[in-house]
Design a protein around this ligand. Structure first.
Ligand code: FAD
Length: 488
């Protein structure tokens, strides 16, 4: 039987393993950590459980597909429910807004809260849909690095209508053109952070994301986000995929123009196909030391990282939902500090995810499990201890003021994740959450392809290569890799 070796068990690594197994390969996954899942993991402490990384689940059908590949009803492994509320928003001037997923209802309520004509919001969301429909199949579902992608009806249709995509203007400018209300602009600007970019740099095409949330929905997996990893891992084991945990790969070897072997901390393995799910920068830096580097691609600006406090909070907050945002007063300054000064904002936008709202077992009775995250620059060897202390104080001050509490007295348990730890635990260059940033209109074309142009049989999947970061795109990368690899 032909063998496929996968480096890394992030979501894209597991998805690639499942797809190649279905193709008929004998598959082994090598994972440096003693657990699977990479960024999609969990933390447990003193009766609390938190999802450590991703908290927003969209496009669940891409996970379902992996079970359906084996003619298995996904529900026998994995269940989730659609959320009616997308996110609760809070501003310092006491404006609050609960964004609902139902588009007609969203338009009505946003129109009232933000004193904006319903027609303006409808027009924006219609344009959001059009952008998605024009580009999704080209940018998200195919390799951008194969000529065939450019000679399809979809691509030509999209090119003819490219003036509708707002690629020559920033997301902020697109939103300011659509709305006068500064809170509504800020609400839609926030979608830039879904791939770790700045709304003041990323192109207006990112305004397609609200459509994705409202049309396809946002979901909560039963048991939390970790059940995505756990259910796919179980499926993979049930299908005979071998996982070698705590066995980091050190080198990819070539013979002639083919990748043929990997060397790990424990041995040497031959493979007919090698797929790296390790961050592309780190793959070249550590596993392909002797190979010529695609310098321009690897130099691409990285997405933002994050600073996260996992707090056990000894009180329940009925005004909060699963996803909550407490906006900074000066959003532009916040992104300038992150991307240009490589520092943290003095008044950061705070995201709080509380899974105990959906899954009571995640916190003791009467308590909540807060995942409190602020956007952060990548790791450029800043003094993270000092930055963390300052950020913690700023977050607590902001939440005390906006929720009218003494938060410090309610925090009974604490864990922290910073960019250095993200980098160390996942090999993500600079601790970026989503690989390369989308801070330019060329970013999509500069992401590394899903295959090696110098070595046959070597492929790449995961958030640092095409089509980009986030669970849905990582799953798409595994699909693209699968399409590039011949059947056994
Ligand atoms: P990764 O998760 O990056 O895993 C790579 C794996 O490879 C790791 O397990 C690592 O140990 C292993 N590895 C590395 N080097 C080696 C080696 N040499 N040998 C063997 N194994 C190796 N996405 C969303 O969709 N929604 C969200 O709400 C969201 N929020 C996020 C919040 C945070 C805090 C973080 C960190 C990420 C978030 N993301 C979110 C992004 C999402 O988590 C990632 O895009 C996705 O999980 C990355 O998956 P991946 O397949 O690229 O692999």
């Amino acid at each position: 039987m032909k063998t496929a070796l996968i480096i890394g068990s992030g979501i894209a690594g597991i998805a690639s393993a499942l797809r190649l197994r279905k193709k008929g390969y004998e598959v082994t996954v090598f994972e440096a950590n003693d657990y699977v899942g990479g960024k999609l993991t969990t933390i447990e402490k003193e009766g609390y459980r938190w999802d450590a990384g991703p908290s927003l689940f969209t496009m669940p059908h891409l996970v379902d597909e992996l079970f359906e590949l084996y003619d298995i009803d996904p529900k026998t492994y994995f269940n989730y429910k659609r959320k009616d509320v997308l996110c609760n928003y809070f501003w310092e001037d006491t404006t609050t807004f609960s964004a609902v997923a139902n588009q007609a209802e969203f338009v009505k309520q946003a129109s009232e809260t933000f004193e904006t004509p319903t027609r303006a919001i409808e027009k924006y969301l219609d344009a959001s849909k059009e952008k998605y429909d024009l580009t999704a199949s080209i940018f998200l579902e195919k390799s951008l690095h194969k000529f065939s992608t450019y000679f399809s009806v979809e691509t030509l249709t999209s090119l003819v209508q490219s003036y509708k995509l707002d690629t020559n203007t920033t997301l902020d400018s697109t939103n300011k053109k659509a709305f006068k209300n500064k809170h509504l602009v800020q609400l839609f600007n926030r979608y830039a952070t879904y791939n770790g970019s700045s709304p003041y740099k990323t192109p207006g095409i990112m305004s397609m994301i609200p459509h994705l949330e409202m049309y396809y929905g946002t979901f909560f997996p039963e048991g939390g986000m970790i059940s995505i990893t756990e259910s796919l891992y179980k499926l993979a084991l049930d299908q005979g995929i071998i996982f070698r945990l705590s066995e980091g790969v050190q080198e990819i070897k070539r013979a002639g123009n083919k990748a043929t072997q990997i060397i790990t901390s424990q041995g040497t393995y031959d493979g007919d196909i090698i797929v790296s799910n390790m961050d592309i920068f780190s793959t070249y830096q550590h596993l392909l030391k002797e190979e010529k580097k695609p310098v321009k691609v690897l130099k691409q600006e990285r997405s933002s990282s994050a600073l996260i406090f996992y707090w056990g909070v000894n009180k329940e907050f009925p005004e909060l939902d699963l996803h909550n945002i407490f906006f900074s007063d000066n959003y532009e300054e916040e992104f300038k500090q992150i991307f240009e000064e490589k520092s943290l904002s003095d008044d950061p936008t705070v995201y709080i995810n509380i899974t105990s709202k959906e899954e009571a077992a995640d916190a003791p009775a009467g308590c909540e499990n807060w995942f409190v995250m602020i956007n952060a620059p990548g790791n450029f060897n800043q003094d993270w201890e000092a930055l963390k202390t300052k950020a913690r104080a700023a977050i607590i001050k902001k939440l005390n003021n906006m929720l009218k509490v003494d938060l410090e007295s309610l925090i009974t348990v604490e864990e922290v994740l910073d960019p250095i730890t993200i980098e160390r635990k996942t090999s993500s260059h600079r601790g970026s959450l989503y690989g390369a940033a989308s801070n330019s209109k060329f970013a999509a074309f500069l992401r590394h392809p899903n295959f090696s142009s110098t070595m046959k049989n070597l492929y790449f999947c995961g958030g640092s290569v095409h089509p980009g970061g986030g669970i849905p795109l990582c799953l798409q990368s595994a699909k693209i890799v699968n399409d590039l690899i011949p059947d056994v």
